[in-house]
Design a protein around this ligand. Structure first.
Ligand SMILES: *Cc1c(COP(=O)(O)O)cnc(C)c1O
Length: 352
């Protein structure tokens, strides 16, 4: 089965051999307080900073998922206010979860065809956390680095938190434009699920230490104490951290990956622009994600395309949330091969 699901998604072909290596080297049983683990952890952090252009003074934390990162931000950084800017299901979920944990949580939903206007997003002089979903996996839209940077510039007393779950590792992100970045590895990193990454600027760490919330195993101040020793408060997903190291050793620098992804996105956009029954969900090209291509059609066609694709060994991503029956999604993640895209395009040529 060729998976075009936008998470969990196609993993790199090398993963089974890396798992075998991990077993042979005894990594599946190493202690997470050992020198051996700390060496792997340090390598992962160095490689992440190197390959993705994460500033040297940012701190990387391991979590279990992107959802856990939302919770950590709500617990440990949202002491007064949190502003949620979103246009789809994942951004809304982030808002909903935060609301249950913190107070002063407000939402600023926008239309999926709309480009966020930073001029309209000035939140006053009080401290707060501004939460932006950079790549909305449910509807295939994105917020550009430029807009994120402008929101930060217009709100200097606030921290900017960015959910880049389905773009980190696939497109070039300007990490300096925000204070908190979160992702999980089962999307653009081409790895199995069960590992999240939380990346924090020095200002975010400073704020976490000032608030000093330490009521949870995953309180950021406590995680920061542990990360000073390249460790986590809990037993982490050591195998996935090792696999991340192996994958990062092999991947190209993010500029090259980004160029490949944008080129493939443009081919997809062009492909659907010539069709009638199958259309890119988002008409505004400027709003479109590079890594998730959502396709809209009549419900019965969507059902048919998904079923036929499956019988040909192609797994398409289901529509998400309110778009469940009217769309399917195509992941445009780095681990997907050129010939697999060709196979899918040939299959879709059966539809006008
Ligand atoms: C997949 C996804 C999540 C959830 O990731 P988990 O690792 O399952 O917690 C959150 N936000 C976005 C934008 C996603 O695409």
């Amino acid at each position: 089965m060729i998976s075009f699901y936008p998470g969990p998604s196609r993993v790199y072909d090398e993963i089974p051999s890396y798992v075998k290596d991990a077993y042979k080297k005894g990594i599946l049983s190493i202690n997470h307080r050992s020198e051996e683990f700390m060496t792997i952890s340090e390598k992962v952090i160095t490689l992440l900073k190197d390959k993705l252009n994460v500033p040297k003074d940012y701190t990387v934390f391991y979590t279990t998922s992107a959802t856990e990162c939302w919770e950590i931000i709500a617990q440990s950084l949202t002491n007064k206010r949190s502003y949620h800017i979103y246009n789809g299901s994942f951004g809304e979920k982030w808002f909903e979860y935060t609301k249950r944990i913190a107070s002063g949580v407000r939402s600023y939903p926008f239309n999926r065809e709309e480009i966020v206007n930073p001029k309209k997003l000035r939140f006053g002089a009080e401290e707060g956390v501004i939460c932006i979903t950079q790549n909305e996996t449910s509807n295939g839209t994105q917020v550009s680095n430029d807009i994120i940077r402008q929101i930060k510039e217009n709100n200097p007393t606030h921290l900017i938190a960015v959910d880049a779950t389905s773009s980190m590792g696939g497109v070039a992100l300007d990490f300096k434009a925000a204070d908190i970045w979160l992702a999980s590895v089962q999307k653009c990193f081409g790895l199995p699920a069960g590992l999240g990454l939380l990346i924090c600027s020095p200002s975010a760490i400073e704020k976490a230490l000032a608030i000093n919330e330490r009521n949870h195993y995953n309180s950021l101040a406590f995680m920061n104490d542990m990360m000073a020793k390249l460790q986590t408060p809990f037993t982490p997903n050591v195998l996935n951290i090792y696999l991340l190291m192996r994958v990062l050793e092999e991947v190209k620098p993010i500029e090259e990956v980004h160029a490949k992804i944008v080129k493939r996105y443009e081919r997809w956009a062009n492909y659907f622009s010539k069709k009638e029954t199958l259309q890119h969900l988002i008409r505004n090209e400027e709003a479109r994600s590079f890594t998730v291509v959502p396709v809209i059609a009549k419900d019965e066609i969507v059902t048919k395309v998904k079923a036929k694709a499956k019988s040909r060994g192609i797994l398409l991503g289901e529509g998400y949330g309110e778009l469940k029956s009217s769309t399917f999604r195509i992941a445009n993640f780095p681990a997907i091969k050129k010939k697999e895209i060709k196979t899918l395009q040939e299959f879709l040529s059966n539809y006008k």
